[in-house]
Design a protein around this ligand. Structure first.
Ligand code: GLU
Length: 359
């Protein structure tokens, strides 16, 4: 079959990979691996983002004696081994080598770490190895954690320049009402500029993983706005991955149709909000200019104030005169230098347009 995508990221949630009793569902894992293997053999490059470590490592006796943080650390340490060991055997049965990439939110922070990770996955893909990514839950705690693996999958998809991201959970997609209500239907297509589906969403979260539909919607919108097609579908359905990629089949799922491609560096900036070191407030004229024309940079003359303490190369938030965040950018000056330059004419940009991501 001719494949529409050359490179895809597939995220599989804990609820897909585990049975009702919380143990790993080997039959499901095997079916998922078989489908990925088939794609791989047809020339599609796949990166798998797999949850399930904490769920697979759960132990009732220990759960009663440990606090929540220690439980997560211990269960993920035990469970990640079980998870990757099973993947290793299943891929091996298909004649394919897989490799493990464990990461942390911090590793997406500096451009150098980001590029190191990208290079690692690139070299794996080029050598026919399927990267299996998960958060390093043993050391990622509290505010250092990704919101969930949906966030991680978005970062990975944009980092590796995937054309599509498939997010598999135990529900068919985003419904236009309560999924339990027979009247509710899955929203099939979400177009650029029409991404806010919050009116339809329930607040309930995944019972095993940390994610939920709210977070999936946020990530899917952001990633699709950067030019990646995002598909939210039910990983419990047989043959779901291959069916989703078969254009002759009309599979129930929610597809976020992609906007225009954004450059690699802008994708990194777009996902760096949590790492902002400071804030640059710009005047109304500068705001209009950067919104109207993507070739506009932030010049000293349009700056009203600078706050926070940042160095050249750090990510900063760009806000309007009334404090609304409008962009993120990589600054070319430290906060001290930028402050000196406020309002000056004829100076070089504080943030060059190539490093400015307008929200
Ligand atoms: N990294 C976690 C695990 O493997 C899952 C996080 C999530 O549920 O999104 O267990």
């Amino acid at each position: 079959m001719q494949q529409r995508f050359k490179r895809i990221a597939i995220k599989v949630g804990s609820n897909v990979l585990t049975k009702k009793d919380g143990t790993l569902d080997f039959t499901r894992m095997s079916a998922i691996v078989d489908q990925i293997s088939e794609l791989h053999k047809s020339g599609v490059e796949v990166v798998l983002i797999s949850s399930g470590a904490v769920a697979a490592g759960k132990n009732k006796v220990l759960a009663d004696t440990l606090d929540a943080v220690s439980q997560r650390q211990l269960f993920s340490a035990i469970g990640q081994v079980k998870l990757i060991n099973r993947y290793y055997m299943l891929f091996r049965d298909n004649g394919i080598t897989c490799g493990q990439v464990l990461t942390t939110k911090e590793s997406f922070h500096t451009r150098q770490h980001y590029l190191n990770q990208r290079n690692c996955m690139q070299v794996m893909i080029e050598n026919g190895i399927i990267p299996i990514v998960n958060e390093n839950d043993t050391i990622s705690l509290t505010e250092l954690m990704f919101t969930d693996n949906d966030e991680l999958s978005g970062l990975v998809a944009t980092m590796i320049d995937a054309q599509a991201l498939i997010i598999l959970s135990n529900i068919d997609g985003i419904f236009n009402g309560n999924p339990a209500d027979p009247e509710s239907q899955v929203i099939r297509k979400v177009l650029p500029g029409e991404r806010d589906l919050s009116q339809y969403l329930q607040t309930s979260k995944s019972s095993l993983g940390r994610g939920g539909m709210q977070s999936k919607m946020g990530i899917a919108s952001k990633v699709a706005d950067e030019g990646v097609e995002v598909i939210i579908a039910n990983g419990k359905r047989d043959n779901i991955i291959l069916d989703l990629l078969d254009d002759s089949k009309d599979i129930v799922c929610t597809r976020f149709l992609p906007d225009e491609q954004v450059s690699s560096v802008k994708k990194w900036i777009a996902h760096s909000e949590g790492f902002c070191k400071g804030e640059i407030k710009i005047d109304n004229g500068a705001e209009k200019a950067i919104i109207a024309d993507e070739r506009c940079s932030i010049l000293p003359i349009g700056i009203k104030s600078v706050s926070g303490s940042f160095e050249k190369g750090d990510i900063v938030s760009v806000v309007s005169e009334n404090g609304v965040q409008i962009a993120l950018g990589k600054t070319d000056y430290s906060s001290a230098e930028a402050t000196e330059m406020i309002g000056k004419k004829g100076e070089k940009p504080i943030i060059h347009c190539d490093y400015l991501y307008v929200l």
